[in-house]
Design a protein around this ligand. Structure first.
Ligand code: ZN
Length: 67
């Protein structure tokens, strides 16, 4: 069993022992989980999504038949 020192990505608290002992893993507590969720949603709202870059047919009409 690998002994790895895990730390809460939010508050940096060291999380020792079995993962099963941390029900909010990878966060040390429900509070840190909520903070992370809030940050994630904040990022999502802040970043503008350009649908043009998601167009899969962008290269579809490239000339590939050159006989
Ligand atoms: Zn934490």
């Amino acid at each position: 069993m690998p002994k790895t020192e895990l730390r809460c990505p939010i508050c940096g608290q060291a999380m020792y022992g079995n993962w099963a002992e941390w029900p909010e893993f990878p966060f040390c507590s429900r509070r840190c989980r909520q903070i992370d969720l809030g940050r994630w949603l904040g990022e999502a709202y802040r970043i503008p999504v350009s649908r043009d870059e998601l167009d899969p047919d962008h290269d579809a009409d490239a000339p590939s038949e050159s006989v």
